[in-house]
Design a protein around this ligand. Structure first.
Ligand SMILES: Cc1cc2nc3c(=O)[nH]c(=O)nc-3n(C[C@H](O)[C@H](O)[C@H](O)COP(=O)(O)OP(=O)(O)OC[C@H]3O[C@@H](n4cnc5c(N)ncnc54)[C@H](O)[C@@H]3O)c2cc1C
Length: 374
């Protein structure tokens, strides 16, 4: 079987490897518009039970990949989730679901030992172990692109649908295959539009800032200030750690619909707001950089997978800010579909059929699906 994958980011990378490991000839086309520059968070501390299941299965997929390539791409991380006490009842119901997927949680009264400041007396702090990992996507991508059996093509692909079937066009070459899978993240809707397909996806701008602070070794999910703060997780932090320092990355859930290519820089208001919030939580923190990327949403903020336009053309997208958390499970679902012709039960809530033909042309980006206390 020949599969052509368009987009070699988080999903395309995992999918290409899983297919190749099962004897499929995979061609992976990637434009290089966007790539993770540091390890991404994989977290099981999610809000929706089906998502928690995906995160649990995704963890197994990462373990399978790590075993097969001989490099552990997962690095376990502890986290502190900070919630307002008004959200405690909801969160304790979630904690029961987290425990069922192996997370250990403990309410702690003092966060100062972790380098975090208390902001008011109405905060609750949940320390979690076995709930989060850093996934070394920069390394995984490098490895997969050089894997025997994967044909990696650097270029911008288009899909063409005609009476002859589906074709992919890249670098003046026409590619044929038994299956075509669109995994181009925020560019999915552009590829679909150029192929006269209508899909329930919108791109939006997502931003992050980097700070130099005193050494902090945990992830902070802060639902009081509505930000996350995490160590960069790269080799730079190992070196800085010896000096008692860390590079911390922070972002918020604010998002604005915009098409890739139409934005030039990080928003000033974002930087001002995030700087104040990070300093409120960590104390001294020097802003040392920022970047923006493009994320993607469906009308219900949950990922989508399924067949579009032709029975050998598949789409997998809509991962907003949590593609590394739940994506690999849906990549595995695509593998099952290609090899066995059916979707596993866990993937059914994410099938594109749930939208019918009934979705608006534009919608407001809601709270990202991985956020709590909504
Ligand atoms: C700063 C930042 C930090 C983030 N941190 C996390 C995190 O810690 N954990 C987490 O789970 N999520 C995180 N996210 C979100 C995560 O990156 C996305 O959910 C995830 O990347 C979606 O995966 P994808 O494969 O659908 O898209 P992408 O990973 O964006 O991959 C799409 C790929 O397709 C390529 N492409 C586009 N058009 C074409 C074309 N025509 N032909 C060929 N290739 C094409 C692009 O270059 C890109 O490489 C973060 C996002 C940003 C911006």
């Amino acid at each position: 079987m020949d599969a052509v994958i368009i987009g070699g980011g988080v999903l395309g990378t995992v999918l290409a490897y899983l297919l190749t490991a099962r004897g499929v000839n995979a061609t992976l086309i990637n434009s290089g518009f966007q790539r993770p520059r540091f390890p991404l968070i994989h977290s099981k501390l999610l809000r929706i039970s089906e998502d928690i299941r995906l995160a649990r299965i995704s963890e197994d997929v990462y373990r399978e990949l790590s075993r097969e390539i001989g490099i552990n791409v997962l690095r376990p991380m502890d986290s502190v989730t900070i919630i307002p006490n008004t959200c405690y009842d909801d969160t304790s119901r979630l904690m029961n679901m987290w425990h069922n997927v192996g997370v250990n949680t403990r309410i702690i009264s003092d966060v100062r030992d972790y380098g975090i400041k208390e902001i008011n007396e109405k905060e609750v702090y949940i320390l979690s172990t076995n709930g989060d990992n850093f996934v070394n996507f920069p390394l995984l991508m490098k490895y997969v692109r050089n894997t025997n059996g994967i044909k990696y093509i650097n270029g911008i692909a288009r899909i063409k649908l005609s009476d002859d079937g589906v074709k992919a066009l890249v670098n003046s070459e026409i590619l044929h295959g038994d299956y075509f899978i669109i995994t181009a993240g925020a560019w999915n809707s552009i590829i679909a539009r150029n192929a006269n397909l209508r899909i329930p996806l919108l791109p939006y701008k997502c931003q992050a800032a980097a700070f130099l602070s005193r050494r902090i070794d945990i992830i902070v999910y802060d639902y009081v200030l509505e930000i996350y703060i995490r160590p960069l997780g790269s080799i730079i932090n190992n070196a800085l750690g010896a000096l008692g320092l860390s590079v911390m990355v922070s972002g918020d859930g604010n998002s604005r619909v915009t098409e890739p290519g139409k934005e030039g820089s990080v928003d000033r208001e974002f930087l001002n707001e995030i700087k104040n919030k990070v300093r409120a939580r960590l104390g001294n923190a020097l802003l040392i950089g920022s970047r923006f990327g493009f994320c993607e949403s469906t009308p219900d903020m949950r990922p989508v997978v399924g067949v579009v336009g032709s029975n050998n053309l598949l789409l997998i997208g809509g991962f907003n800010g949590y593609g590394a958390e739940v994506g690999p499970a849906l990549a595995m679902a695509v593998v099952n579909y290609l090899l066995d012709g059916s979707w596993p039960d866990y993937a059914r809530p994410y099938l594109i059929d749930r939208f019918g033909n009934d979705w608006p042309n534009i919608w407001d980006i809601d709270i990202e699906a991985h956020e709590l206390c909504v």
